[in-house]
Design a protein around this ligand. Structure first.
Ligand code: HEC
Length: 103
């Protein structure tokens, strides 16, 4: 129930943000400026999310692992101080799905 409300709230926020509707995950990525270091296809400062999705393909704990990395920030691979995402768990989970569904 709580999750449903959070998702509804996330969608409402996106709807209010205007016509560029993408989804709560894409919306959070834009808000958090992940694109400063990541794109879906090309390596910038950080790896392309496509390559992250490939790296975690078939791993059952992938979504949980990335969720915790984003929620806690700090050390991720060679990045000592990865960006920490401050958002509801439901929004962060939506963002994880954006990463893992990148191709
Ligand atoms: C200041 C640059 C920077 C920003 C901003 C940034 N990242 Fe990263 N990110 C990195 C770097 C560098 C790595 C690679 C660390 C490594 O694997 O050595 C990384 C790695 C990752 C990984 C791969 C983790 C893994 O286990 O392989 C994911 C997923 C990720 N970032 C998601 C995000 C998301 C989502 C955002 C926005 C909320 C974000 N990043 C913002 C620099 C950044």
């Amino acid at each position: 129930m709580k999750l449903t409300l959070a998702i509804a709230a996330a969608f409402a926020t996106v709807a209010l943000a205007g016509p560029a509707f993408a989804g709560p995950g894409e919306d959070l990525a834009a808000k958090e400026k992940c694109n400063k270091c990541h794109t879906d296809k090309d390596t910038k400062k950080g790896p392309a999310w496509k390559s992250v999705a490939e790296k975690y393909k078939g791993k059952a704990d992938a979504a949980d692992k990335i969720f915790l990395q984003l929620k806690n920030g700090g050390k991720v691979g060679d990045e000592d101080d990865h960006k920490k995402v401050v958002a509801s768990d439901a929004e962060i989970k939506a963002l994880v799905q954006v990463v893992l569904s990148s191709k």
